[in-house]
Design a protein around this ligand. Structure first.
Ligand code: ATP
Ligand code: MG
Length: 391
């Protein structure tokens, strides 16, 4: 094939990205955000000191550094239209300073609600949202007084830094309470304590917002936790229409109340037929991973659209039913990819691997399966996930 003389020397037009987004963190949430960014022509830069972080391995541009360094945060923000997050561990004071130089969404004030469980409980309770009874813990006596009013056992929680159940403890009596208090105090961590709710089930509702005032609420999902870690999610949640409607209205009010931008996940408890707000995540969330394969707009695409103030997409399920099963690191070392071929034999199962090294109980991937009903979807997702965990 002949090439016209001189073409090679001509300046080649370089496609400009549709937008540049900076993300603090580069774990699996950033990795799946990168997947969505590609389709929208967005350049995603991620702040991490790990060159092998899941999002970096997926092609996001790495900004070397950490969320705890003000200069690194500024470097991330340079040239980006907006800065957002794949975790809530960044220091609120640093984020406040960053927000003077860059567009930060959600706002540092909103972020605080996801960062500090006590702050979230207080703000939600003061705004009239239903939450479990709780109290701040300044001494072991606070736990004992709370238990005297509400009964043992009680649920103790680290105010900050907890995830996947690391940071929540059921306390049976005063001795355990004192032990935990001493241990956490020695580690410089503050506590709250709350009633141990007799759970009928747990729900999660994702809401997307953008600064131009659009709000999209996803269907209600049911989540299943063991030892505080999410194992499975099903959609639609098998609850009555009235409860589902209340859950959606509650989640939208909470999202409006904290002025969320992008995706917010509102974790809910159902107890005695009533809803209580458990936790907020102002970012894509494990309960919403199924939206990639089962909804009109994935939570990751929606988060990008929300923080960029772009029009939001529809959130409805595009299948009658769907289930998501996490691929958690088994007790013995193993790479789930070794069981991939077997997992792919399962019809209607969609496998997502995060490229993370094995650790027992660590989230290494997930499987979403669609079906005519929740049971069918769940069977498929479980079969595919088991093929990779057993490998
Ligand atoms: N007050 C409570 N009563 C009963 N169970 C609770 C209570 N608080 C938490 N749990 C259980 O522990 C799980 C984890 O709690 P929580 O969501 O507060 O912590 P987390 O480890 O920060 O979670 P995540 O990984 O979602 O950030 C809940 O999903 C629920 O199953
Ligand atoms: Mg939680």
């Amino acid at each position: 094939m002949s090439v016209a003389a001189g073409v090679a020397e001509m300046p080649q037009p370089v496609a400009t990205p549709s937008a540049r987004v900076g993300m603090v963190g580069a774990g699996q949430l950033a990795r799946m955000t990168q997947q969505a960014a590609i389709g929208l022509g967005i350049e995603l830069a991620v702040l991490t000191d790990d060159a092998l972080a899941p999002a970096v391995r997926a092609g996001a541009r790495q900004i070397h550094g950490s969320a705890g360094d003000a200069r690194d945060l500024l470097t991330l923000a340079e040239g980006c239209d907006v800065v957002t997050f794949d975790h809530e561990q960044a220091d609120p004071a640093l984020l406040g300073a960053l927000a003077e130089h860059a567009v930060v969404r959600p706002s540092p004030a909103a972020q605080l609600m996801a960062q500090d469980k006590l702050e979230a409980r207080r703000v939600l309770a003061d705004s009239g949202f239903p939450v479990p009874a709780f109290v701040a813990v300044e001494s072991p006596g606070d736990i004992e007084r709370f238990a005297a009013a509400h009964g043992w056992p009680v649920m103790a929680k680290s105010r900050t830094g907890g995830y996947d159940g690391r940071g929540v403890w059921v306390l049976d009596g005063p001795e355990q309470a004192r032990d935990l208090y001493d241990r956490l105090r020695a580690a410089g961590r503050a506590l709250l304590v709350e009633e141990l709710v007799d759970l009928e089930c747990e729900l999660a509702v994702l809401v997307a917002r953008n600064p131009r005032g659009q709000v999209v609420c996803y269907p209600v999902f049911q989540t299943h936790q063991h030892d505080g870690i999410c194992h499975e999610v099903i959609a639609p949640a098998p609850v009555g229409a009235e409860l589902a409607d209340s859950a959606q209205r509650l989640a939208v009010s909470v999202a409006d109340g904290v002025d969320a931008a992008g995706v917010i996940a509102v974790e809910l408890f159902v107890a005695g037929g009533k809803l209580l707000v458990n936790e907020l995540a102002l970012r894509p969330h494990n309960s919403g991973h199924l939206t990639i394969d089962a909804c009109h707009t994935s939570q990751f695409e929606q988060h990008l659209r929300g923080v960029l103030n772009w029009p939001l997409g529809r959130g409805e399920l595009a299948a009658p039913a769907c289930a998501m099963v996490n691929v958690l690191g088994p007790a013995n070392p193993g790479d789930p990819a070794a069981g991939l071929a077997a997992a792919l034999e399962v019809p209607h199962a969609h496998v997502h691997l995060y490229g993370k090294p094995w650790r027992p109980g660590r989230k290494l991937g997930h499987v979403t399966a669609l079906g005519d009903d929740v049971d069918e979807a769940l069977q498929r997702a479980r079969a595919a996930a088991a093929a990779m965990v057993a490998a």
